[in-house]
Design a protein around this ligand. Structure first.
Ligand code: NPW
Ligand code: K
Length: 463
């Protein structure tokens, strides 16, 4: 798990005021970190194109040009000139070395985007959009300095962005790098330390990114146990029975001892390993909402009274009674953005379009979690956000292969499985999410089906 931050300005300030470093020292380290990546990956005299903006992101780029000058063929572009004091100073140094500023873009092996970083304030104008489009089309290895130009501090595009293969981010990783929009633009993310260790630089945070190496699987450690030692999950089946079947199979494959489908219907086909009942009883965990429609509407009041962990999904986010479930403990919600919009409306937190939800995912998940701190919220997306007690846990490990009907049912089943095995709701949600993401990295990425995904749950290797 690694910490990420909304902004790092306060940490830079700490470097100046408490550690007595200067802007010059921080910038030297920032630029040198990018230089190191180029030295590691490209032979001397490769052609390096650096596009630098007017502020200190540009100053990082100009500093990089000076460091590489002599070892590489360096082309520096300043489409908006050098305006900040540091940019002017760095340009003076570069020119003193014999460096020249180029006017016309040339092809190269590497292209470095140092146009805008944390200071991007408004939409890009036509000239910069044209520049970025050209840079994106270039057949070169693309490196973004701090953050790809065009991605703002919320992680939204303004309205285009540099498409990096590698982002070298300064001081600490920013939350914006993990937005759904940023996912296609950041490439590999590397943090640069700026003259002090990360431990001395960083501070506390509410935002955490979970990596593959953090994964904990429900490995069984006691031989002397039986099926009920691993819980009995009930999954409510409504109109679309397939959703409940997928959740049940996922839960069973992820270690739950017994899984039952509760349905009012007789005429449904249920896999051999899943039990079938008409009554909600003897379960230590419940999962419901997927494919439910109105099938259990008359029983939701009774379900409210059960004091067991519950995963609530899909159709439940359109029912007023959801408000009462939010007062309970051990509740995990798994909405996609449209369902989240409905949930927010029902609880009186505002009316949002899906676009607005996507543009404010972090803010809205955090606000919801502050209002309902005891509920675990998993907001689905390209990068899943898990909110609990006002903290955000981000799982960026998933891939587009998971963009298929049924993937969400599998995820709900996996979370319910860990709950049934006695795990804490937050731990269940984080590790089910990671497992789901890892199992969902499938090649070719168009061909993953929910049944293949369920099969792959059993092939995740413990780290
Ligand atoms: N702080 C530190 O210690 C360290 C900082 N470091 C580096 O500094 C970066 C932050 O630098 P920064 O604050 O100067 O912001 P930056 O991203 O260069 O942009 C500001 C310039 O862009 C302009 N501008 C903005 N939006 C625009 C638009 N849409 N269209 C056109 N123009 C626009 C804006 O103009 P203005 O709004 O003032 O008119 C201003 O001129 C940070 O990302 C990191 O790389 C590292 O070296 C480590 C140490
Ligand atoms: K940049």
């Amino acid at each position: 798990m690694k910490p990420v931050y909304r902004e790092v300005y306060s940490f830079d300030k700490k470097c100046y005021e408490r550690y007595k470093l200067t802007e010059d020292i921080l910038m030297e380290h920032a630029a040198y970190s990018i230089a190191l990546e180029i030295y590691k990956r490209f032979p001397k005299f490769s052609k390096i194109n650096i596009v630098a903006g007017p502020g200190n992101n540009g100053a990082d780029g100009i500093t990089l040009a000076r460091i590489l000058w002599g070892d590489y063929i360096v082309n520096l572009y300043l489409p908006l000139g050098a305006k900040s004091n540091m940019a002017k100073l760095q340009l003076e140094r570069f020119l003193a070395l014999g460096g020249k500023v180029k006017e016309e873009c040339e092809s190269g092996d590497v292209i470095v985007d140092a146009i805008f970083g944390s200071g991007l304030k408004r939409d890009l104008d036509e000239k910069i959009i044209g520049f970025i489009s050209k840079m994106n089309k270039a057949k070169a290895f693309k490196i973004a300095c701090d953050i790809p130009t065009g991605i703002d501090d919320k992680g939204n595009l303004r309205p285009v962005a540099f498409k990096a293969d590698l982002t070298v981010t300064m001081g600490a990783e920013k939350l914006a790098l993990y937005s759904d929009f940023a996912k296609d633009y950041v490439g590999e993310i590397i943090r640069a330390d700026l003259g002090v260790s990360f431990n001395k630089y960083k501070g506390p945070t509410k935002y955490h990114v979970w990596e593959r190496g953090d994964l904990i699987l429900p490995i069984r450690t006691t031989q002397n146990s039986h099926k009920k030692s691993y819980g009995h999950l009930g999954v409510l089946a409504g109109e679309k029975v397939g959703a409940a079947v997928l959740a049940s199979l996922a839960a069973f494959n992820f270690g739950c001892g017994v899984v039952s489908i509760v349905s009012h219907r007789e005429d449904i086909n249920i896999p051999y390993e899943i039990m079938h009942t008409h009554h909600i009883e003897n379960f230590n965990t419940l999962a419901f909402g997927m494919g439910l429609n109105n099938h259990f509407d008359d029983e939701l009041e009774d379900i409210l009274i059960f004091d067991i962990p519950m995963v609530i999904d899909a159709d439940m986010f359109y029912k007023e009674i959801i408000k009462d479930f939010l007062k309970k403990e051990n509740i995990v919600l798994t909405p996609h953005p449209k369902e989240f919009a409905s949930l927010l409306k029902i609880v009186g937190m505002g009316e949002y379009s899906i676009k607005e939800i996507q543009e404010n995912r972090f803010d809205l998940a955090e606000e919801f979690s502050n209002k309902y701190p005891n509920v675990v919220l998993l907001l689905k997306g390209a990068n899943k956000i898990i909110a609990y007690k006002g903290n955000l846990h981000i799982d960026p490990n998933g891939s587009v292969a998971l963009a298929k009907g049924g993937s969400g049912d599998v995820l709900a089943g996996m979370i319910a499985s860990l709950l049934a095995q006695g795990w804490h709701p937050l731990k269940s949600t984080i590790h089910a999410s990671l497992s789901h993401s890892i199992a969902g990295n499938y090649n070719p990425n168009y061909a993953l089906t929910p049944m293949k995904l369920i099969e792959r749950i059993g092939n995740i290797l413990p780290s």
